[in-house]
Ligand binder design. Structure first.
Ligand code: ADP
Ligand code: MG
Length: 253
């Protein structure tokens, strides 16, 4: 049975999609069967792993809003063991369309239940908001991985995020846990980076991964080639750190 992890932070640009794609590929590299689910209308995980959005006929929108079978939407990727449920811009309408719907919080969970015995890990790339799509992701998940960018105000907004976690625990998913907090885009050349690391570790303690993701230009180039970093540049620092993160996640099993 798959372990289902939401990668979430309502701030944009903190490394959610980069982490979903590269952690997923690194887990697959370790022999795990992995499914990525893109729940952001930007579809960055979808294109970043090499699926052309123009060729996607049905996507996560059809699953959530029209109850289209998720198994029919899954696409393989060029990385062995790694599949994806794509998202396209039509998902932008889902926040509003879900509002009056029956069981609107548990639609993703119901869909995932149909296929979760086929995977070891299911990683959900969340949108930069705490709306219905993120609530669906949290309701469907065993745990949440929170990327935190090493910058000023790194902790800002996290109390809102943790509040949403508590609400979902209370109403929809009492088993929901924090998988871990991941420091991203660390820049060793500034003092700020080190200060943020200390601040985040003080707040989240042992829940912060030992692995810290540095700024690495190869990580930002890989998506435009439709590849995870381990395939785009396996010798890069970016590949090394996401493999290290996968090791930590595997140890949490
Ligand atoms: P989010 O999904 O939270 O919005 P992304 O993963 O899309 O964030 O990252 C935002 C931007 O920063 C993207 O252009 C991405 O390629 C880049 N990026 C993410 N992580 C790194 C990193 N460690 N080093 C360099 N660039 C990064
Ligand atoms: Mg994203």
């Amino acid at each position: 049975m798959a372990r289902i992890i939401s990668v979430a932070n309502q701030k944009g640009g903190v490394g959610k999609t980069t982490t979903t794609v590269n952690l997923g590929a690194s887990l697959a590299y370790n022999g795990k069967k992995v499914l990525l689910i893109d729940t952001d209308a930007q579809g960055n995980a979808t294109s970043g792993i090499g699926v052309k959005k123009s060729e996607v006929k049905k996507d996560i929108y059809d699953v959530l809003v029209n109850e289209y079978p998720i198994a029919n939407v899954i696409k393989p990727t060029s990385r062995e063991g790694l599949d994806i449920v794509p998202a396209t811009i039509q998902l932008a309408g889902a926040e509003i369309e879900l509002t009056p719907m029956m069981a609107r919080e548990s639609r993703l969970k119901s869909a995932i239940d149909e296929i979760k015995d086929q995977y070891d890990y299911i990683l959900i790339d969340c949108p930069p908001s705490l709306g219905h799509l993120t609530i669906n992701a949290f309701t469907a998940s065993d745990s949440i991985l929170i990327p935190v960018q090493c910058e000023y105000y790194a902790l800002e907004g996290l109390s809102q995020l943790l509040n949403t976690v508590r609400l979902v625990q209370k109403h929809f998913n009492p088993e929901l846990q924090i998988e871990g907090v991941l420091l991203t885009m660390f820049d060793a050349r500034t003092n700020l980076g080190a200060e943020v690391v200390e601040e985040v570790r003080k707040y989240f303690r042992e829940r912060v991964y030992d692995t810290i993701i540095p700024r690495n230009v190869r990580l930002s180039e890989a998506p435009s080639h439709g590849m995870a970093i381990i395939d785009y540049d396996p010798r890069s620092r970016g590949a090394e750190v996401y493999l290290a993160l996968a090791k930590e996640v595997l140890m949490n099993e």
